[in-house]
Every structure is written in C-alpha cells, then in structure tokens.
Design a protein around this ligand. Structure first.
Ligand code: ADP
Ligand code: ZN
Length: 757
C-alpha cells in the first residue's frame, strides 16, 4: 500500500470476470486512490463502484484507457488485511476478486446507483452570531418578538439544539427559524446519528456467574493461547459455552485492548445469546442484525472501523467486520450450515474466520455441542486444540430421551386425512400426548419440533398417484392454510388448491405428510386451554417476530412452543421440561451425504432445550427408524459413536472430511442444453486431468442434481474429489476461467459444499 500518487491504478470490479482492470487517475480529483479506496469508474457504458488495489502492474497507454470518475471517500474502506483476506477467498472459492471484495463491504457502499450511503441525520440548529448588548438585540428584533424568543432560547440551551426539539417540543414555527437563518443569526446543519435497533431491546442484567471447573479450565487455556491457534470447544447443551466466550472477550477487550468478532448462525434466532453479550459489553458491541436497514448496517460498520465499537456480533458476513487488532474470533454453533453462503462468493464463514485469524494473529474458538465432522477430524488430527465442557452447569443432567416407534401402528403418520377431528392420535401418540398433558397440568412448558412448515407436505391423487409439483421446480407443492394455497418452498410459486387431479381427473386428492400448521390445529383442538405459539418461516416474517415469540416463551406466556428447526437452537428456558419431536425422520432420507449428520445435530440440539432448570426434563422422539444411527446416537447423547460411524460411512464412496469436494452445477432453461453443457464440461475436465495433474483429482458425473429443476432452470452437476486442496483449487480455477459457457447457460463452482441437492 502506498500513498504516492500513481498515474495508473488496478481496480477490482464486482463483475463475473476473472481479471482486474486498469484505470487512469482523474487529474481533477483531489483524492488520490490508494489500495482499499473505493473508486467510481466507467465500465461498459455504465458506472461501477470498484476497489482500488494499488498502482497498476503493467504500463498501459493509449486513448482507450479510461479514467476514474470519482473517489467517493477520503480514506480507504478496506484495510490491507481485508484485501488479502478477499484475495484468499477469490483464490480458494474460485470467484472473481471484485465479487469477494463486494461481499466484505456493507451494501450501501457497493450499490452502483448510490455511492454515498444515506445516513440518518439529525438537523441541528446552531447560533452563528452573538448579539452582545441589549441595544443590539432591541434593534435586531424590534418587530420580531418570536425570533428573539427563539434566539434567546438557543442561547440558554448552550447555543445548539435539534430542529426536532425546537419545532415539536417547543412549538416554534418553521418560518421563525427560516427568518433567523436568512439573517445569518443561526445555521441549520445535518449531524449524523448512529442507529442501533438492538439497543432498544430491554437489556438483561449482567449476571455474574462463578465459572465451573471445566469452564475455568477452558478459559485458562484460551487466554494462554498463541496467536492463530484454533480451538474446538465441544460443550454439551447447557454446559455454559456463552460464559466461556464472554470471559475470553473480557480478557481480549478489557485487559489487552484488542477487539473481537462473534459469529452466530442467525441473530434473530438467538436474542438470548446476544442479550448476554450486550449485558456485559453494553454499547461497545455492534450487533449486525439482518433486520438492519442498509443505512443502519453502514452505521455499525463505520463505528467498528473507527474503533468506537470493539466487538462485532453477527451472522456469517460479520466475519468481514472492519475491526483492527482482532484478538479473538468466536464461531458459535460452528456446525450450522448457514455459515456457508449459498450464492457467489460461496464462502464458509468458519473457514474464512480461521484464515483471517491466522493472518491477523487472533485466536479462534469454534463452539458446538455437535461439532461438524470437519472440525472434529481437524481436532483429532491435532490441527485444532480440543476443549471439552462435559457437564451441564449447576449439576443439571442431560434429559432422558424416549423413542416412540411409529412402525407397527394402525395409522401411519404420513397418511393423515384432512377430515375434521381426525388425526390427532395418529400424529401425537399416547406417550407424547400424556407427557404434554402432565406438563400442562404442572404449569411447565413444552417444545414440539416438526421440521416442515405448511399444513401438509404434498397433495396426491388417490386414483393415479400423481403428486402436485411446482411448474418451476421439481419439488412438490406444500399445502398452506391462512391463506389457503399450494406453495413452492423453493421459488415461492403459489396456486389455489385443486378440485381434481390434473392428470387423470380423479376427485379424491389426499393430503400427505404433516406440516406445522396442521400440528398446531390438532394440538389446539386437543388442549383448548393451552397457549400455543408457532414459530416457522410463516410466522416470523416481521422484523422482530422471532424475538417477540421467544420473549413470550421466556415470560411464561406460552405453554407449548411449536416450530421447525428454528426452535432447536440456543434457547435457554429453564421452565421447558418437555421436548417432543413429532417426526424425527423429516430429511433423514434426502439424497445428500450430510443428511444423517444434519438429523443427528437437529435431534441433539432440540433435545438440549429440555431440562435446563432444576425441574429437569424429558424428550420424546417419534420415529419410524429408531435404529438409524442419527436417531439412536441422539437418544443416547452419544456424539462420539455417531461421529465414528458417520466417518466410516464416508469412506466408500469417499466424502468430506475424508477428502475435499467441489460441486460444479451446470444449469439452463432447457434440460437438453443443461445436460449438454454438463457433458462437455465433464469431458473438458477429464481431458485436463489426464494432462495436468498426477491423478490427484477425480471427477464423478455428470448427473442430474437431486433437485433437477429450480426456478425454471434445469440442473446437472459433476463432483471433483481430491485429497489435495491446492490441486482442487488449480483445476477449479483453470476450468472456471477457460471453459466456454454460452449465454443463457450458467456454471457455478461450490467448494466445500454443505449440500449437494
Ligand atoms: P450452552 O450454550 O452451552 O448450551 P449456555 O451458555 O446457554 O449453554 O448456558 C446455559 C445456562 O447456564 C445459562 O442460563 C447460563 O446463564 C447458565 N450458566 C452458565 N455458566 C454458569 C455458571 N458458571 N454458573 C451458573 N450458571 C451458569
Ligand atoms: Zn418452485
């Protein structure tokens, strides 16, 4: 990085091209761009906001060379460290560096149309001139007593006030103000205000717990860590991982004067965790919530960059928090799939955290009760340091888990008809029903998990067996009530319910497979007095909907909390003594190598919500596959057996973490074009592999993706497998840069995919 003026600079643009661009400086501009500065440049007859990477490498001249239009900021928006991090992302995930840099900046700094973010401002009124003597005053305000009153009020307020206060609270008219402004006696100016909607949440009082012995041990080892060290904190549910994070951050921020980053899967789902951090660190925390507007997000970003906030808490993109001197990066619930971005750049925040920490000398804490197989094997291999919290705090024990075997029963679960009053006993079996009753009678709370939203999973013709699917996706439509419709969970296509089968005209259309809406109806019919809250995507569209529901549960205003996987995470309610899993098998048979792992994690996490208080608790799991190891290990709280068996299952055929994987998806609006491209792509790679690598990368496919069509695009894929990560990078980059893709067709490269669907 240099502050020397240079004639030509290299610019990264957020366009899907694997190259950077050379621009000439604008002689009229007063600000000289340096590495990390934003620049507005002409690009293909439009303007783009790019990031200057420093002086141009090559000497380019000639009339074609274009000039920078504008340098919007006085200072670079990205540090050298951050540029290096984005360059790594660009290299490893095989994405243009301009797109990686864009992901690291708040949206308001990268939108092509608004280079200046809109900031929330207060209008401030200031006195400009003194009127020292009484005669001055009498003369100046001879015929304007209102102006005099306002002038003297401002004097008494110390010379400034907000416009709002003067006009609303003190009821001065705007014309009086304008007149004073016109006479040059006052000035109205804009002053920026920082907005932090999380600050409006009532804070939890800072509770000071004495760390337990395992917590103390973990804290001691974390504070004695060497820079760049990565820890896997394996703590069972309720073992008090949050306290460990907080004690570490106290040391990092308060004692060492450094900064910290806390990643959580999704802020909206974890208001309790965020509240605990806020209770300790107060306004030194910036909470990067998804409900923030672009302007609010920018405010938080700026406060972090200036060092006004010392800790960033947020979902995956918070890994780009513009903090300097980062002492610790915490990745809570590190196994969560949401840390992987589903669109370009397809980075995994956990891996980016580790790379950032190594470069900046921070330590990393990956925390989970059910660590990902990747992190677990890294800990076993000695790459990460394993810390364990094996007990629940306060002498609590993990809840007892019971299985209800849904096989060999009269009514199969998936066959509930929609007739009124039917179905409850097929959906909630006796054991779970009795437990719910008792829990209600005792005035305690229950959680019911069903990981499928809507009313019923799909609609099927009784005569020909045809299932109603989305016209845009190869996915069945889900029946939703209130409003009544069929909905696609992939593309949001909706249509009215059908009276007859589109294929055979049959008039008996059966609802199959349960959704949360149906369970809510059945349970409220069964327990009319119970206060039931449903939490899924459909009930949480409002900005603060999650927190509102969870606050009601915490406040004792809910008897039964029912929901999808949203309710499985992070919740810490001591009065929840029963957790029921309505159907553990949702998702267990998906054609995806992580299906079992995800099922085990979900069951273990939701079971961990029970029995967090002195009253204890129990868990009842309804399943048709009680011997499936994802279920049986969750029942036994046996993480290590699960991991051992699951790792063995991924040897043949080999899947991560036994090797490295990249999923290349070819898509287009016709199936033939997509498959044709996939075949050409696979041939292209096979040829490349024969000539270029010593057999270190293997290719599988092409084949249709398990979900063949999404949003009108047909999808085919090939997998690249290798033990050697840098060979995989090399092949991936070579292919993505050179393989020709006709317009209208698309190729995406997903490194370390979390799903192959
Ligand atoms: P985890 O994230 O590991 O599931 P939490 O961090 O949510 O667990 O902690 C579980 C509960 O235990 C919380 O209510 C927390 O306030 C409490 N807790 C944590 N550490 C202690 C301690 N040392 N003494 C008493 N209570 C504690
Ligand atoms: Zn669809």
């Amino acid at each position: 990085m240099t502050d020397e003026p240079t004639a030509l600079v290299e610019v990264a643009l957020p366009v899907p091209l694997f190259q950077t661009f050379t621009y000439a400086l604008n002689p009229e501009s007063t600000v000289i761009p340096v590495a990390g500065s934003r620049v507005v440049v002409p690009f293909r007859n439009r303007r783009e906001i790019g990031v200057c990477l420093g002086p141009a490498q090559a000497r380019v001249t000639g009339p074609k060379l274009k000039r920078i239009i504008e340098v919007p900021d006085d200072e670079p928006v990205l540090s050298a460290d951050m540029i290096a991090l984005c360059s790594w992302i660009s290299e490893y995930y095989v994405v243009p560096v301009g797109l990686a840099l864009k992901a690291a900046l708040p949206a308001s700094l990268t939108g092509a149309s608004h280079p200046q973010p809109t900031r929330k401002t207060h209008r401030i009124v200031r006195l400009r001139e003194d009127l020292p003597t009484l005669t001055h005053r009498e003369k100046a305000f001879a015929r304007a007593p209102q102006q005099r009153a306002l002038f003297e009020l401002l004097e008494s307020l110390g010379g400034t006030s907000t416009l709002e206060h003067l006009l609303q609270r003190l009821a001065f008219s705007p014309s009086v103000l304008k007149a004073l402004e016109k006479r040059g006696l006052i000035r109205v100016e804009a002053e920026e205000v920082d907005r932090d909607p999380f600050a409006l949440r009532p804070g939890e009082a800072a509770r000071t717990h004495q760390p337990t012995a395992p917590q103390r041990d973990a804290i001691r080892r974390l504070t004695a860590a060497s820079p760049g060290e990565v820890f896997l904190l394996h703590g069972i549910t309720g073992s008090g991982k949050t306290l460990v994070y907080i004690e570490l951050l106290k040391e990092i921020v308060d004692v060492r004067g450094q900064t910290g980053i806390v990643l959580v899967p999704e802020i909206a789902l974890t208001p309790q965790t965020v509240d605990r951090f806020r209770a300790v660190f107060g306004d030194r925390i910036a909470v990067l919530h998804s409900a923030l507007s672009d302007g609010e997000r920018y405010d938080a970003w700026r406060a972090l960059k200036r060092g006004e906030k010392r800790i960033a808490v947020g979902a995956r993109s918070a890994i780009f928090a513009p903090l300097s001197n980062v002492g610790a990066i915490i990745v809570d619930e590190e196994h969560e799939a949401s840390y992987k971005q589903g669109e370009t750049p397809r980075y995994h925040a956990r891996e980016v955290a580790i790379v950032r920490a190594r470069a900046e000398g921070s330590i990393v804490v990956l925390g989970s009760a059910t660590p990902s197989l990747e992190s677990w094997s890294n800990a076993e291999a000695g790459k990460y340091t394993l810390l364990t919290l094996p007990e629940r705090v306060g002498g609590g024990r993990l809840p007892k888990v019971e299985i209800v075997d849904l096989r060999h029963r009269a009514t199969p679960l998936a066959d509930t008809s929609t007739g009124p009053g039917t179905g409850y006993s097929a959906v909630i079996r006796d054991e779970l029903d009795r437990a719910l009753s008792h829990t209600l009678q005792r005035g305690e709370q229950s959680i019911l998990l069903l990981n499928r939203r809507g009313y019923s999973a799909f609609v099927q013709c009784n005569d020909c067996g045809d299932v109603v699917v989305c016209p845009n996706c190869s996915i069945t439509l889900t029946h939703h009530r209130a409003p009544e419709r069929l909905l696609c969970h992939y593309c949001a296509h909706q249509e009215p319910l059908r009276a007859r089968c589109a294929r055979c005209g049959g008039q008996t259309l059966k609802q199959r497979g349960l959704g949360t809406q149906q369970v809510e109806r059945l349970v409220s019919d069964r327990f009319p007095g119970a206060r039931i809250a449903r939490m899924d995507v459909d009930t949480t569209s409002g900005k603060w909907a999650h927190a509102e529901i969870l606050d009601r549960v915490g406040g004792g205003a809910v008897d039964i909390l029912l929901g999808t996987q949203m309710i499985a995470k992070g919740l810490d309610f001591p009065n929840v003594t029963l957790v029921g899993v309505v159907d553990a098998d949702v998702g267990i048979n998906l054609p995806d190598f992580r299906a079992s792992e995800r099922c085990f994690q979900l069951l273990s996490q939701v079971a961990g919500r029970a029995g967090r208080g002195p009253k204890g608790g129990k868990v009842i799991i309804q399943t048709r596959v009680p011997t499936h190891h994802a279920v049986s290990c969750a029942v036994a709280h046996d993480y290590s057996t699960f991991v051992r068996e699951e790792l063995e299952g991924r040897i043949k055929p080999a899947y991560p973490p036994n090797l490295r994987l990249a999923n290349i998806v070819f898509s287009g609006t016709s199936d033939r074009a997509a498959s044709g491209l996939a075949i050409r792509g696979a041939d292209w790679i096979r040829e490349l592999l024969q000539t270029q690598t010593g057999g270190q990368v293997a290719i599988v496919g092409p084949a249709p993706c398990p979900i063949e069509k999404v949003k009108t695009r047909w999808r085919w894929h090939v997998l690249l497998k290798s033990q050697n990560p840098s060979e995989l990078t090399r092949v991936g980059r070579y292919f993505m840069k050179r393989f020709p893709v006709p317009a209208a067709l698309r190729v995406t490269f997903d490194r370390d995919p979390v799903t192959l669907l």
